[in-house]
Design a protein. Sequence first.
Length: 201
Amino acid sequence: MLFRSSISGKSFHDTNANGVRDVGEPGLSNWVIKIFGPVNDSAVTDGNGDYTFANIPIGNYIITEVQQIGWVQTAPPPPHFYSINISSGQAITDKDFGNFQLGSIGGVKYIDLNGNGSKDVGEGGLPGWKIKLTGTKNDSVLSDVNGNYVFTNLSPGSYVLSEVLLSNWVQTQPGGAGTYSVSLVSGQNVTGKNFGNYEYN
């Protein structure tokens, strides 16, 4: 007698993008999981992110996740699907799918007229200054006509922001080492990482 089998797992929010479901990382509901093999079907994850394909016959299966706009898949590793050979009566679990959202870090490069290390009313932006990003991703951008800058499409991780100082300018913000350290999590958009400077003769 052949017993019907099952495959189950979870779609989860991989907030640190490490490809592993860590403690505290929640399930993702309303994600579509597809199965291909002796049975071709789909399931939608429930409120906890769980899905199950129950009462399926023995055989070889491929389990995939339908990607959603603005998300990046981390688990399983590329090619991002599970290949499963299931036998009679077998219950295969923990076929999980991890996903994260890209984030951003930005701020304003401004002229600190009174040198107090804070952007006050009337202190305008400084265009064309290079802001550097190092860490999980290395990049640089120039501040725009209003002094704004932003690094987009960033994965979760640890970053350091710094500016390339020009001759005859003194940096007032941030203090200390003159850099910002940012620990970015999935989908986070960090603002207010401002750089202040004044010019001297």
